[in-house]
Every structure is written in structure tokens, then in C-alpha cells.
Write a protein that binds this ligand. Sequence first.
Ligand SMILES: [Fe+2]
Length: 279
Amino acid sequence: MKSDNIQKLLNDGYFVLKNCISKKIINNANTIIETEIENILKQKKIKFKEKDFKNNYFKLKQILPKNIIQIKLGEILYKKNLIRDLLLEKKLKNQLISILGPDIEYEEDNELLINEKENIGNDHLFKKLHQEIWSGAGIENILIWIPLNLKQGMGTLEIVKGSHKFGFIENQNREPINVNSYKTSKLNIQNRSVLFLTALTLHKTEINKNKIPRLAIPILIRNFYYKNTGNSDLNNYRKLNYSFVSIFRKILGNPFYSSFRTLGQKRKSIFEKDKHYKK
Ligand SMILES: [Fe+2]
């Protein structure tokens, strides 16, 4: 018997895991982003008001292209281990393991997604209806989308329910071609919740009607034993969790199972040094 959420993912191509991230981590993420924006402005000798995210972001946008801002802010969230802390939140981690198995890793190079008010027409980064597989994800990937600062009118994502069963959809200029129009559903997602999608689920950004830019983190997750059907081998992944077999392999040290460890010597577990095992 599959859990309800796995059944929803199989039937609809998505589900929302509610209240799975603590307020503390969400607040940390927002603080890291605000501080990084202020640090860059400081370096560039541009005046700013502390803790005024909206105005500081638009000041930054005057000196840096949006795609660079998204990359820089994505990088700082990784450097500060915020992404790892998010994924280690118990409810979220357990859900990922129940879908993919215990041997999971996550992509490091994701950007922070920033959506400004009604910028559909003049922003080339505005995402139209697409499948993640177009950008190199494989069917073994799960995509999670984590909103960081949802407020009234910001919107979330729109998806085409059941579209993961259509298979690969032909596309050009980042849009589906040779198809009739799709019926999309607007998703109701709250802060501290996480959206799960397959790599084939058609989805797009909903227009943000709030003056404050919407922030969200997309992360690709996979089981590192599953066959790579996309471009994951070209990207950087970081291990999140190991099964018994993987831990045993690490203890043995090499695939020949040679007893190279010094017998009788007291040594610290190799896993104590491994930051992924601290939690
Ligand atoms: Fe996407």
C-alpha cells in the first residue's frame, strides 16, 4: 500500500507537503538573502537602508543582471548550509526517503528564483509552461519547490495535472509546441510547505501581484543508485543520506573489501568527520 502522497505523485504528478519546515530555517534563509544583498551593495559603495529587502533588491538590480543575482543568492544559501538544513528537516527528509529510498543526494547548483510584480512581458526569466526534463532532469529526479516569503497576491506555481503521464513534450523557445492549450491549476501553497513534482510535470510561474519580489528555491533530488536518464552526471550533487549498504561500503573503504584498516587501533568513526551525519 503506497502512502497517500506517493499515490498523489503517481496520479497527479505533484503534491504539497504541508508544514514541513520550521519557521527558524525559513527566517534564516530570508536573513541570509537580505544580508548578502546588503553586503554586495556595501562593496559597491551604494547607499541602502538595513532590512529593507524590496528596495535593496531593486537597487542591486540596477547594477547586476537578474540572472547573476539569482545565481549569487543561490550560492550563498548553499555555502551557509541552508539547503542542507532545509532538506534535513525531519518530515521533509522522511518524505524524500519514502519516495526515492535512503540513498539520496541533491543538486548544488540551483538558483534562487525571484519573481517580481507582473513581470511576465519584460522578463526573459519568467518561466512559461515547461517540463524540468527540458533542462536536463531525468525521470529519476524529484523536483521540490520551496517558497520563502509568500504574501498576499504573490501566487505560486500553476501545473497541468496528470501531465507527467504525457511523456516528453516537444518544445521550442522554452514553450510546448504542437499541442492544444492545457488546462492549468493554480496551486495553493503556504509558507513552510514544499511542493513535490516529477521531472515530467508541466508547470509554470504564476504572476506575482505583490510589490515584494517572491523568493523560492527549486532543488533536484535523486537516488544516486538510480540510472541517470538526464544530464545529472554533468552537474554537482551533494550526498544527503545513506542506506545501511552505503554506510557499510564506506566502512569497508573500497570495493575490494580488503582489510586495510589497522587491527586493534582505536580510531574515530569516519562518519563522525562527515558533516552529513551530524544531525
Ligand atoms: Fe521549473
